[in-house]
Design a protein around this ligand. Structure first.
Ligand code: AMP
Ligand code: MG
Length: 390
């Protein structure tokens, strides 16, 4: 058995970075930028009014001054002349500030009578002029790798960049194994249950930027499992669910060995999730997850999402950990790193009493995995512990 961090580092060694593809920015949300991008223009490209009001020379912005309105500057329709002494231009938000003017007096600070405006007794001190390039300049960079957020897409558009190179989505083949399994919507026999894990895994993987394919359930026999691996061909990552421990019906290790897998490891000192294996099969990464539903989803948080992030060109490291105080005391931990289903609230974090790795309802109520290091002693309420948000 190896430690969780050793297992993760060996799994990350299996990560090949995905090649880039070019996509329109309208389809780039959540994708990972593969090549840095530079702005093709200044923003704003001209001095812009930040308010509706009157553009004037700074020295004319004096209380109770009377100015003559000689034209209009609206968004998309600037004023081509120059503002002279004693003159003002009616101006609107987003319009170019005309030559000669360097200040906008907001419309609330004037009274207008025909072509004349009189400035109020008290003016605010701001110029309300946005300088050229005050948001960004030609050449301002958005640096890869970066997961593109909505604000990035708006910024790219503003830079006049309409297509970007992003990392291709890694494809993941999900193979559920077990004679006891039927697909949701099927009719389970008396000794059967409904396969659940692949659906949770698919959602998590796709949320992280992968594309997951749920393959037909492989029965617990060698021929079926071989066929499943054939169907998985071409995937960047092949994941089996179940059949990974050492029971008579646990065939994943022997079939992958027969198919020539270079094994990285077979077991991890972890709760839940001891029987996790990984290796390289036909040039791609392969991970064998435990069948217990909570184990497989916890292992996805701890190993597979970091693997997907590395394949997308993002950081090669563990899931981000945070710290929170315990809202109640907890007992000592044993010889395996424990990822306890827990609830984080304003009072702190507390693990659920029921930690059986089959309990999907408990996982559903959890919003954090509380991490207990190997051999950690008992902890009292108020002590800080590590957790991963889920
Ligand atoms: P195994 O790792 O194959 O020994 O499976 C461990 C436990 O997880 C057994 O109770 C299986 O019935 C259950 N299990 C295995 N695969 C799945 C699955 N895809 N969905 C739900 N439960 C599963
Ligand atoms: Mg099984």
């Amino acid at each position: 058995m190896i430690t969780v961090s050793e297992a993760l580092s060996r799994i990350l060694d299996l990560a090949a970075t995905m090649p880039p593809e070019t996509v329109p920015i309208a389809s780039a949300a959540g994708r990972v930028l593969a090549d840095s991008v530079r702005a093709r223009r200044d923003q704003p490209p001209f001095r812009t009014s930040a308010m509706d009001g009157y553009a004037v020379r700074g020295e004319d912005a004096v209380a109770r001054t009377e100015l003559r309105v000689i034209g209009t500057s609206a968004a998309g329709h600037g004023f081509s002349g120059t503002v002279g002494a004693g003159e003002a231009i009616r101006i609107f938000t987003g319009a170019p500030v005309p030559a000669g003017a360097d200040r906008v007096v907001i419309q609330e600070d004037v009274t207008r009578d025909g072509n004349l405006v009189t400035l109020r007794g008290e003016l605010d001190s701001s110029t309300h002029v946005r300088p050229v390039g005050s948001d960004f300049r030609v050449g301002t960079e958005i640096t890869a790798p970066r997961r593109l957020r909505p604000s990035d897409l708006a910024l790219l558009a503003s830079m006049n960049v309409d297509r970007v190179a992003v990392a291709k989505r890694p494809t993941v083949a999900l193979i559920s194994t077990g004679d006891e399994l039927v697909m949701p919507g099927g009719t389970p026999g008396p000794d059967q249950i409904v396969a659940s894990n692949a659906f949770g895994l698919k959602a998590m993987l796709e949320d992280q930027g992968a594309r997951a394919r749920i393959l037909p359930i492989a029965r617990d026999d060698v021929a079926c499992l071989r066929t499943a691996f054939e169907l998985a061909e071409g995937a960047d990552l092949v994941v089996t669910i179940g059949g990974a421990s050492v029971g008579d019906h646990d065939l994943v290790a022997s079939v992958t060995e027969e198919l020539g897998m270079e094994l990285s490891f077979l077991k991890i000192a972890m709760r839940p999730g001891k029987p996790v294996m990984a290796g390289r099969l036909a040039g791609h990464a392969m991970i064998g997850l435990p069948g217990n539903p909570v184990s497989s989803l916890v292992c996805c948080h701890v190993f597979m999402l970091p693997l997907i992030r590395a394949m997308l060109g993002l950081e090669r490291g563990p899931a981000q950990r945070y710290r929170a105080p315990l809202s109640r005391g907890i007992g000592p931990n044993g010889p395996r790193e424990h990822y306890m289903r827990a609830r984080l609230s304003g009072d702190g974090i507390a693990p659920f009493d029921r930690q059986d790795s089959g309990l999907l309802t408990v996982l559903g109520q959890a919003n954090a995995l509380l991490i207990r290091p190997v051999g950690d002693g008992p902890r009292e309420a108020g002590e800080s512990v590590d957790y991963i948000p889920i």
